[in-house]
Design a protein around this ligand. Sequence first.
Ligand code: TRP
Length: 349
Amino acid sequence: MPNEGSYEAALRRSDQIQEDLEVHPQSYNMLTGDRPTGRLHLGHYFGTIRERVRLQDMGVRTNIIVADYQVITDRDSTEHIQDNVFNMVMDYLACGIDPQRTMIFTHSAVPAANQLMLPFLSLVTEAEMERNPTVKAEQEASGHALTGLLLTYPVHQACDILFCKGNVVPVGRDQLPHIEVTNKIARRFNERYGKVFPSVAGLLTSTPLLPGLDGRKMSKSYGNAISLCMSADETARLIKKSKTDSERNITFDPEARPGVAALLTTAGICTGRDPKEIADEIGMGGSGQLKKYVTQAVNDYFAPIRERRHAFEQDLDYVRDVLRDGNARANAIADQTLDEVREAMGMVY
Ligand code: TRP
């Protein structure tokens, strides 16, 4: 975690921008993205996807990178990568990302953006890379050796943001150190060679993190995550299996009753209701009734999204076209920025 002082400062800046976004959406250019390692789940949806759609619909310029090179930061294989990328695009489209307004693209298809890595690496030191707390945590969690790509991926992420001159990045708290790296790189580049890049701010979401069904961090590997692509039946089965406790009366107590609280939180976020109110209503109905309620809430909320997703699953050609078009647009922008970089550095021959 970044230190509290810088977190507070980032939060204040984020709040200011949230206000200004309403007034001047056209001054902002959002870039964010995801690693295509599996299907998106409710945590992604309520944590960031919904916010991206909101920014898009407000008239902010929006860009989403499917970060395929980040998959190999701590894995030895690109197995299923194409399937994961296409499915990620389907998830975006189903959730309301409109490819006319939002540029969707992948790392591997935009060489000029990747080329920024060379000048950018010259602007950071080994020590700066090594003290990035998120990189350290990710390396430990992966149980994999620290690869050169994992060590330097925050610099690569600066390439993602800066090639299209993004100035707002919706991120979770864990990604804030990378925003700092990006700003350092932009500032140092501009100081050495002349102004090419904007300064960047993280947009922190106000929605609290949605826990997995058992109250732990939501993660596919824990089996506690409802994916957007699940059917209503699969959703019902997963919720039915989730662990609650032996106390019949339903109360909202995240500390003492993490499983029950996670179910109430999930129902609350899908219905827009206060989880405590739902708990009071169910009371002695017990976890059986609670699970029915959550299942209904999730399935009702996601029914239209899942219906749209189903249509895209039947039309892979369209999904491919969306990505091809996004990649073409990203290449045009990256070529232009790389030209500016060459010009600023005097490397025009
Ligand atoms: N690292 C981000 C994640 O794991 C994904 C990502 C790639 C990203 N490039 C980015 C996020 C640029 C913000 C900006 O979720």
